[in-house]
Design a protein around this ligand. Sequence first.
Ligand SMILES: Nc1ncnc2c1ncn2[C@@H]1O[C@H](COP(=O)(O)OP(=O)(O)OP(=O)(O)O)[C@@H](O)[C@H]1O
Ligand SMILES: [Mg+2]
Length: 499
Amino acid sequence: MKDVIVSMEKICKSFPGVKALDNVNFELRAGEVMALLGENGAGKSTLMKILSGVYTKDSGTINIFGQSYDSLDPKQAQKVGVAIIHQELNMCRHLSVAENMFLGREICGNGMLKNGRMEEEASKILNELGIDIDPRQTVGDLPVSKQQMVEIAKALSINARILIMDEPTSALTAKEIDDLFRIILKLKAEGKGIVYISHRLEELQRIADRVTIMRDGQYIISKDFTELTLDQIIAYMVGREIKEKFPRVDCPKGKKVFEVKNLNAGRQVRDISFSVYEGEIVGFAGLMGAGRTETTRAIFGVDPKTSGEILLDDKPVKIQSPIDAIKAGIVLAPEDRKKDGLCTKLSIRDNLTLPNLDLVCNKFQVVISEKEKALCDKEVKDLKIKTPNINIDAGNLSGGNQQKVVVGKWLARNSRVVIFDEPTRGIDVGAKVEIYNLMNELKKQGIAVVFVSSEMPEVMGIADRIIVMCDGKITGKVMAHETSQNEILTLATNFEKKQ
Ligand SMILES: Nc1ncnc2c1ncn2[C@@H]1O[C@H](COP(=O)(O)OP(=O)(O)OP(=O)(O)O)[C@@H](O)[C@H]1O
Ligand SMILES: [Mg+2]
C-alpha cells in the first residue's frame, strides 16, 4: 500500500449556529487522487480549508508527512507542501496574471519588485501546463475559465506535494478539462497526493482512485473508486436514492410569450432570433465561449445592443438597463455568481430582498420587516437553502447554497421570462433536481424559461427545445426528444469557414 501522507482524525469545526464538521476522518496517500464528495454544505471545503491552514479546527488531530500539527496557518501549510485551489476564485482581479501567481512570495532584488523575472517564471509555468495566457494580462479581464487555469498554475508553481482542488472544472471547457486531467495524472505519477472535490460525478471515472463521502458534516465512508457504482455514491451522499435525475413535465404549448428578433451586440451576439412559448423550456447549448452568456447579458440590458428587438406578449419592450428588464418582467440568474449574482458581504436576507424592494416596501419606501421575512423564509424553504438563519453573509454559505440564493431572488417575483445561465454549476445532485423542479414549476405557470447550460445531458433532459450557438451565431434549433448529443455537438462546432 502507498504511504499515507495526510491523516486527519475526529476533526470538529463549528461556525455560529452550524456544526460544519462533526468527528470527520480523512486520509490521503502519496500518488493517489482522492475524490471528496458530498452534498452542498456537507463540509468538504471546510475540511480542506483546515488542512490548508485557512481555518483552525476546534478539535481533532492532523498529521502531514508523519508530523503532527496542532495548529496550521496558510504559510505553514504551504511550506509543508499543501496547496489549495479554492472553489470560489480568489484572484486579485486588478493585478496581472504574474502578480497573482507570485502574490505573497514576490521575487525582489535591491528592494524592488522584479516584474520581468516574475513574468518570465509565470510564462514558463503556464507554457509547461500548455496554458495559453499572457502573464501580463489583468486577471479581471480574463474569462472565468482562464482565471481558473491561472489559479491552478499558481498552486502548481508553489511546488506542492499535496494539491487540493475544490471544484476545479466547474467553469472549464472540455479541452481545458482534458489539459487539467493530463496535469493531474502527471502529478500523480510523481507521487503527489491530490484531493479532488467535484459535483460532476461522471468525470471522476477518469481520474479518481479512491472516494471519501461526507454528509451533513459527518464522515460516511472511504472506498476504492471502482468498488462503488455512481448510484451507490449518490445514495451515500444524499442518504436516499434519487430516482429521476432529469424530471420532466409535459405541458401543452400555449401562446408566444417572449421573442428576440435579430439581436446584435458585439462579435459574440450576431443576428440572434428566437421565441419562447408558454409551457416550454428553451435550452441554449454550445461550447464555452459560443456567445450564450453574452446573449443573455444583452437581453437583460447589462451590455448595450447594436440592433434588434425584444417582444413580450407580442409587444416591443425597450431594455437599456437591467432595471428596464426587471420592470418588464425579464430576469437573469447570471453565470458568475460571485461577481454578478451576489453581494457576498451582505446577508442572505439583503440579497434576496434587494431586487424585490418594490414587493416588501410600503408606499413611503420603507421596508416592512414582516413582508421581508416572509419573502426570505419562503425562498429558503422552497429552495432548501442550508443556513441557520437569513442574517448570515451570503459569502459564508457553501458554494451550492450561494447559487440557490442567486436563483431564489428572482423566483420571489412574478416574472414573465426567467433566464438561467448555468444554474446548476457547483450544485449537488439532489439540489440539481430541486432546481430542475423549480424550472418545471415556472414552466407549468406559463412563464418563459430560458436555460443556458454546457452540460449536454441536462439540456437534453430538461429543455423542450434546444437552440445551439457557435461563435456568436445560432447554428441550429432542435427538439430535445428528437436530437442526439452528436447532432448538438456537430451544430456547436459549426464554425464559419474562414475565407
Ligand atoms: N465562514 C463561515 N461562516 C459561517 N458558516 C460557514 C462558514 N464556512 C462554512 N460555513 C458553513 O459550514 C457548512 C459546510 O460548508 P462547506 O462550504 O464546507 O460545504 P461544502 O461541502 O464545501 O459545500 P458545496 O458543495 O456547496 O461547496 C455550511 O453549512 C456552511 O454554511
Ligand atoms: Mg465547497
